[in-house]
Design a protein around this ligand. Sequence first.
Ligand code: ATP
Ligand code: MG
Length: 247
Amino acid sequence: MIELEGISKTYAKSAVKAVDGLSLKVDNGEIFGFLGPNGAGKTTTIKLLTGVLRADSGSAKVDGIDMAASPLEAKRRIGYVTDNPEIFARLKAAEYLNFVADVYGVDSATRQERIGKYAGLLGIKDVLNASIGSYSHGMKQKLLVTGSLIHDPENWILDEPMVGLDPKSAFSLKEIMRERAASGKLVFFSTHVMEVAEKLCDRLAIINKGKIVFTGTLAELKAREGSDESLESIFLELVDDGEEAAS
Ligand SMILES: Nc1ncnc2c1ncn2[C@@H]1O[C@H](COP(=O)(O)OP(=O)(O)OP(=O)(O)O)[C@@H](O)[C@H]1O
Ligand SMILES: [Mg+2]
């Protein structure tokens, strides 16, 4: 379970709040989609949630554990896939995965099993002995995904995970997301792909200019907007309203 309460963040030398008093609660067993235009604050919110950034005010809790008060305990319960897979180019993929497994204290048999499963599903199992520097963008993305699941986290948080994945890999990733939610774990991901959000998410939130403009199911969103249009049309209208309100 993850909970953000009135969380705000302004970057140094910036006049605007990247995230502005945002509250959000996501339960276990849910696939939760986080949508919003470029610069809306999705990545910043995810960095606050995962403890990469420190909030100016408000709190982030993971399974009830406060990120600011007990960062290690909170982070232990998270698997995080960043939007930027530029990592450790000199390491071999297998070395990276073993390093991650060491950090999380995953024993040898368990790590082998999980690496085999996820690297297999994502189609990078045969290239784990190559250096990460030789990987394509999509391959790095898949390596990050595999690493993020090595400790079988309760809460899996992904920032635009579909970017750069070929159709087969995107399908495998969606299957993994569904499997984890079905087993009672939490999946939270940001995306620009409306079709993915529409098909995959149990609930979603839309953020615009650092503020949540909607949280709920797609059916609730359609009911609220009094429209049976696609998520894409409703999204564009909502985000457009936000622009007008701000100007
Ligand atoms: N490192 C940074 N330093 C200063 N400002 C930043 C930094 N990172 C993001 N911002 C600003 O914070 C705001 C939110 O950015 P953020 O990256 O969270 O948006 P996003 O919703 O993830 O966008 P995108 O869809 O393009 O990934 C933007 O106005 C952006 O310019
Ligand atoms: Mg982003």
